[in-house]
Design a protein around this ligand. Structure first.
Ligand SMILES: *[C@@H]1O[C@H](CO)[C@@H](O)[C@H](O)[C@H]1NC(C)=O
Ligand SMILES: *[C@@H]1O[C@H](CO)[C@@H](O)[C@H](O)[C@H]1NC(C)=O
Ligand SMILES: *[C@@H]1O[C@H](CO)[C@@H](O)[C@H](O)[C@H]1NC(C)=O
Ligand SMILES: *[C@@H]1O[C@H](CO)[C@@H](O)[C@H](O)[C@H]1NC(C)=O
Ligand SMILES: *[C@@H]1O[C@H](CO)[C@@H](O)[C@H](O)[C@H]1NC(C)=O
Length: 387
């Protein structure tokens, strides 16, 4: 071989992409066990229950009875023996508080559908939706009274997968409920989707009274990554149980496939996604690659492909994101536990919803809003790699 050829061969062999070291145990259960060792707060709040679902998913895939009973006991501890969710106020209306319903239904179903107290608690949450305040066109308010007439992408995730799963279990022939579920998506799509980028703004105010409301659509001005992440996951989860014969199914599928395309186009070369995703903000000073949405998108792509909703090409998108998470957001501590980095604490429409607002919020370590979805994503990734 000529010297030039040798040099060329050496150069082209040099790995340019980061190669993740082979873990000694699956990342999903490793992260779950790490959280267990931190004794996380267990309550009705959505963060606790997103984390709980991550632990449950990891435990289920890898048949870890310790982790699974932890997640199960956590849920059971929130419900008194008569089926009352402890401390729950049935006249306080906030979509965030419905998210726990998914955990209740999961354990009710997976443990043989006999634990009546879990069903009773889930039914109380479901019944609240029958009297829940709505916008003039029928959208659930994000919260009463703070976010009157507002719908946020986050709220779609907090309520719709629960509403749909509950309906599939207990009222599968209730067309009114199925139509109501898709209506929530129709409304948020109509008001917040940018059909050029295929991304959605964080939320909208149907009364157009909020300081940030677009005078025509009512939409807020920016695409916040985690809101899109919640929404992407909500579409994938609802389509798992939504009846194919209802015309709403095709609409939901359309929302999912166009969103999958928009999110792929917005992926950074690193594999992750920017906190503020709308142009011209990616790459701008103060903006950064945020971990919770990166985890949510990875999960939504992988589960979407596995369940036949999305084209298999999106596994490449998810793989790049997964490698970045292992490299950048999963930290191996000296005591062998994992920590989760890079998740923005909050993003709200309670202020001016400006770019400066979003980038000014701090990061938090070991945030369940990121670590939970990381466990969702890792579980899907491990399922794919061993299938
Ligand atoms: C299951 O999870 C427990 C609790 O985190 C952990 O101590 C144990 O090592 C795990 N078992 C396996 C086989 O991974
Ligand atoms: C259910 O039990 C809780 C706690 O033990 C109690 O506060 C509540 O009043 C009970 N509710 C009903 C309807 O019996
Ligand atoms: C069907 O769903 C609607 C809308 O959520 C609800 O008002 C109604 O009570 C449900 N009907 C039955 C029979 O469960
Ligand atoms: C929609 O997105 C495109 C591409 O990023 C942008 O040029 C356009 O201004 C956006 N439209 C609205 C109404 O914000
Ligand atoms: C392991 O180390 C991390 C980081 O220092 C710490 O937060 C955590 O509490 C430790 N866990 C245990 C079980 O000692």
């Amino acid at each position: 071989m000529h010297l030039e050829a040798v040099i060329l061969a050496l150069l082209t062999c040099t790995p340019t992409a980061y190669a993740a070291p082979k873990p000694t145990q699956p990342y999903s259960t490793w992260m779950a066990s790490s959280f267990l060792s931190k004794k996380p707060v267990i309550n009705r709040h959505y963060v606790s229950n997103v984390l709980g679902e991550g632990i449950q998913k990891a435990a289920t895939l890898h048949k870890n009875a310790t982790l699974l009973s932890y997640a199960s006991n956590a849920i059971s501890s929130l419900v008194s023996t008569n089926g009352t969710l402890i401390g729950w106020n049935p006249t306080y209306y906030s979509l965030d508080d419905l998210r726990v319903g998914n955990n209740l239904l999961f354990f009710w179903d997976s443990q043989g559908r006999k634990d009546e107290k879990l069903k009773t608690a889930a039914t109380a949450l479901r019944k609240q939706l029958d009297r829940y305040p709505r916008t003039p066109t029928g959208g659930f308010w994000h919260r009463d009274p703070a976010y009157k007439n507002q719908m946020w992408l986050d709220g779609i995730y907090m309520a719709s997968p629960f509403y749909a799963t509950y309906t599939s279990y207990f009222e599968p022939a209730n067309t009114t409920a199925w139509n109501d579920i898709v209506l929530q998506f129709d409304l948020i799509e109509e008001h917040t989707r940018n059909s050029t980028s295929n991304l959605l703004y964080h939320g909208y105010d149907e009364a157009k009274k909020a300081v940030w409301a677009n005078p025509v659509t009512g939409a807020s001005p920016h695409v916040w990554d985690r809101a899109v992440g919640w929404y992407f996951m909500a579409l994938v989860e609802v389509l798992q149980v939504y009846p194919k014969e209802n015309p709403g199914y095709a609409r939901l599928k359309g929302y999912l496939t166009t969103l999958a395309d928009g999110v792929k186009k917005a992926q950074d070369v690193s594999g992750g996604w920017w906190l503020v995703m709308d142009e011209p903000y990616p790459g701008m000073k103060g903006n950064y690659i945020e971990s919770s949405a990166t985890a949510m998108f990875t999960y939504a792509y992988l589960k979407g492909v596995r369940t036949g909703l999305l084209d298999a090409k999106y596994r490449d998108t998810a793989s790049k994101a997964y490698d970045l998470m292992i490299e950048k957001f999963v930290k191996v501590e000296t005591n062998g536990t994992l920590s989760w980095e890079g998740t923005v604490e909050v993003g709200s429409l309670n202020g001016d919803a400006s770019y400066e607002y979003y980038i000014g919020v701090g990061l938090s370590e070991n945030d369940g809003k990121g670590a939970g979805p990381f466990m969702f994503a890792a579980t899907e990734y491990e399922m794919w790699k061993t299938s």
